[in-house]
Write a protein that binds this ligand. Structure first.
Ligand code: PLP
Length: 603
């Protein structure tokens, strides 16, 4: 109400100064008709260190928010008074701000109750609130507890030194549409980061607009589409996608208005080059391109990737490389090197922006010269090329403030550091692979028996003893680990990616947990425990179950909660026992207020 009251006060003040205001109903935003005074108002406003929105030649837009004060109202009115060369006296406007009633139309005023749940009505002091938030945080296993070996997602160190600048007001307090002249630092960072990313990808231009990998895919495909249209080949709308691709690939392709043709993988998990050749030739007239992940989603560098790209080009298509696996490439090879035309980079994976839980990401795309003219434009801040596609997100440089994290990472690492980092990422994955390969079948390897920065263990053979890949994932919680990626890209498997951030000691501890679990599976194989009642099937074990007076499991409490010595030193207690996976996802039950309490609010 305060925001609306201030806005109404401003509206009345502007009216008194002789300005028309065009928003009949408003909450916090006014559209002021200023005749030919737009430039003059802008000049006065700039010298008073204020930015308004200037649009449609005769209008100035003003929005207030919860940080606006009475003083702001007076200062804004003073600017508008000066523009009309009128003297300004606060006292003339004071009474306008008294006893204001909202004048929304009645039907827009909410009459139902809201935020009735006790969680919104229980914590009234800062201490209570702080403790509530901390309790929520304590339920998570995160990077502050242990490594998260989440294949394809690259959960690496988010160094404090990289994170600190995000809190600086110079970065945090600038509006995305602030005049370029007021954001010189940003411009410089954006320019340098773009150059760095060009060097990393081997490409010629970069767009920092996409906010996620998936949005990068969409932007990249729209750029490919615009390229074909510009060549009078708007018919090129078929995109080949290997069956091993990340789910976002086909989804983005459909959004970009393309038709998806899925290609096969061979028994080694590599994309089947013969199938790609056949389908490229079959559809060559309408081929838009190929989306390919390299190294593959199976964690191997495919030898024939350059040939694959050449086949697509020969048939008139463009190659989109999904760059989620850049952590295996940076400074060693590049998308340009393999022959791709465009790729996205997950700055929230390879380039250290923290993610998980849906945190803000950045998925810039890099392109070769011939695609640069089509990079996304923006209606307010100039970005992109001469034939730019329309903006693909609201802000010109996406979530610009977090770019500082990747900028700091690349700057501090330098070329040598990045190369070392990639080498360690690959070395660490191969180290774990070798530690585990006698215990777990490894699904795919490259020709020399190695993997890239991640690899897949096959858990399907344990089904015979009633053990599913989920059981291993849940059991890892008892050890204080977040499970690796489960059942992507192959159902019934686990994809492990340690990244370069973990020490050999950490890798050894993780391996010891995995090997211990393998022994526990053996205990089921050899009949020591039943298929349906064992430490894996019952995992994870909460403190409540382990400490309860009644314990009727066939194994000890210690085995349940402290399977290895290292767990005792830093036990993370799972807060709930197993929730039935997919069934739970598809059958939402509100565990909070009884459903009946929502009934009234709905009508
Ligand atoms: C993470 C990922 C994406 C999508 O990135 P988002 O930022 O989550 O949209 C696409 N492809 C692959 C292979 C990925 O791992």
């Amino acid at each position: 109400m305060r925001i609306h009251a201030l806005t109404k006060w401003l509206h009345l003040g502007l009216q008194k100064l002789g300005y028309k205001q065009f928003n009949l109903y408003y909450f916090d935003t006014l559209k002021v008709y200023v005749e030919d005074l737009q430039t003059k108002i802008e000049e006065i406003a700039i010298s008073a260190k204020r930015n308004f929105r200037y649009y449609d030649e005769y209008f100035v837009g003003i929005s207030l928010d919860e940080t606006s004060t009475e003083n702001d109202i007076y200062q804004i009115l003073e600017i508008f008074a000066k523009a009309k060369s009128k003297a300004f006296d606060k006292n003339d406007f004071k009474s306008l701000g008294e006893n204001l009633q909202s004048d929304f139309p009645q039907e827009l005023i909410r009459k139902s109750t809201y935020l009735q749940h006790e969680v919104f009505n229980s914590y009234h002091t800062e201490h209570e609130m702080l403790r509530y938030l901390k309790r929520q945080e304590n339920k998570d296993i995160s990077m502050v507890h242990s490594m998260i070996p989440l294949g394809s997602c690259t959960m690496k160190l988010n160094a404090t030194a990289e994170m600190v600048p995000v809190t600086w007001p110079e970065l945090a307090s600038i509006h995305p549409f602030a005049p370029i002249s007021q954001a010189k630092g940003y411009q410089e960072m954006i320019k340098h980061l773009s150059e760095m990313l060009c060097e990393v990808t081997g490409f010629d231009a970069v767009s920092l607009q996409p906010n996620s990998g998936a949005q990068g895919e969409y932007a990249g495909l729209m750029v490919i589409r615009a390229f074909h249209q510009n060549n009078n080949e708007a018919n090129r709308n078929i995109i080949l996608i290997p069956s091993s691709a990340h789910g976002t690939n086909p989804a983005s392709a459909i959004m970009a208005g393309m038709k998806v043709v899925v290609t096969r993988c061979d028994e080694n998990g590599n994309v089947d080059i013969n199938d790609i050749r056949e389908k490229s030739e079959l559809y060559s007239k309408d081929l838009a391109g190929l989306m390919v992940t390299y190294p593959s989603t199976h964690g191997v560098f495919e030898d024939n990737i350059q040939d694959i790209c050449a086949i697509i080009h020969k048939n008139g298509g463009q190659v989109y490389m999904d760059g989620a696996n850049m952590n295996a490439q940076v400074a060693l090879t590049s998308p340009a090197n393999i022959g791709a035309d465009v790729c996205h980079l997950n700055l929230h994976k390879t380039f250290c922006i923290p993610h998980g839980g849906g945190g803000p990401g950045m998925g810039p795309i890099g392109v070769k010269k011939h695609l640069a003219p089509f990079l996304p434009g923006h209606p307010i801040v100039k970005t992109g090329g001469e034939k730019a596609i329309k903006a693909i997100s609201a802000a010109p440089y996406g979530s610009a403030s977090i770019l500082a994290i990747s900028y700091a990472y690349i700057s501090m690492m330098g070329a040598e550091g990045l190369e070392l980092s990639t080498s360690y990422a690959i070395l660490n994955a191969n180290y774990i692979k070798i530690q585990l390969e006698n215990a777990y079948p490894i699904l795919y390897s490259g020709p020399n028996g190695t993997c890239a920065h991640e690899f897949i263990i096959d858990c399907r053979s344990f089904k015979e003893f009633g053990i599913e890949v989920e059981d291993i994932a849940k059991r890892l919680m008892d050890f204080g680990y977040h499970a690796p990626t489960v059942s992507f890209p192959v159902p019934g498997t686990m994809m492990i990616e340690p990244t370069e951030s973990e020490s050999k000691r950490e890798l050894d501890i993780f391996c010891s947990a995995m090997l211990c679990i393998r022994e526990e599976i053996k205990e089921i194989e050899t009949g020591i425990y039943e298929k349906t009642n064992n430490v894996l099937k019952n995992a994870p074990h909460t403190a409540e179950t382990v400490i309860a007076d009644v314990w009727d499991r066939p194994y000890s409490r210690e085995k349940a909660a402290f399977p290895l010595d290292f767990v005792k030193k830093a036990k993370v207690w799972p807060t709930v026992s197993r929730v039935d996976n997919a069934y739970g996802d598809r059958n939402l039950v509100c565990s909070c207020e009884p459903i009946s309490s929502y009934q009234e609010a709905e009508v």
